[in-house]
Write a protein of this length. Sequence first.
Length: 240
Amino acid sequence: MNDELEVLIADAADSDWAEGPSRRLAEGIEERIVAPLSGRFRAVLGYDEARQLARVIAWERCRELAANPPKRGLSWGYLGTLVRWRLTDILRTELVRRHRLSLRTEPPEREVEVPWLGHHLDQIVDELERKGLSAATARNLIRTAADGPPYYRAAIVVRLRRVGATGEQAEALSWLLRGGAGRPSALARLASGQPPAEVFEDSDVRRWVWAAAGRDLRFFGRGGRLGHRRLVGLGQLRAA
């Protein structure tokens, strides 16, 4: 892909981040940022996790650059530098963590490939905004959640709590973005091709979105009859 980054970002922003221009930008990120990713990031962070983090960081930086472009203009080299700086910070953090916790091991969770990650993240942001959370806050929380490693729920919750998210918000966002055994995340379901209406009408996903938007102060990630009763109760309150 030979398109200039500045043109791709401008096209995507001018279209209000429509699917076509966003896809072309995502393709450019995949080819110019993700594919040539340094082997040291893949070796320490893991092949899939390093690529996933690079996608999220690059996409979020593009959204920021669309709003506040640098005076010297945009280039793939500039974006690549921003991504490498953030990944280097993550790499150092991970090496320190491994040194301190050398006797502790964490079971790996299956990584989900998300080719058009930015589009799916935008859909989640839109749902959170509909429930009353500002888009800027939603994007900041999602960016923080992605600034791993490691990219599993417990670590995501810790990162979100550090930037001021409530326990309920952090827990719910970890389910929206990472999911767990037998309960795939909303992000993974969107990436697998499920229609957004189907994903966001699912009772679990609705609870996650509601809590992530700060509207459920008693969320603790469980499903079952209790979660169903609480969801019905909230629906009755909203209708009152």
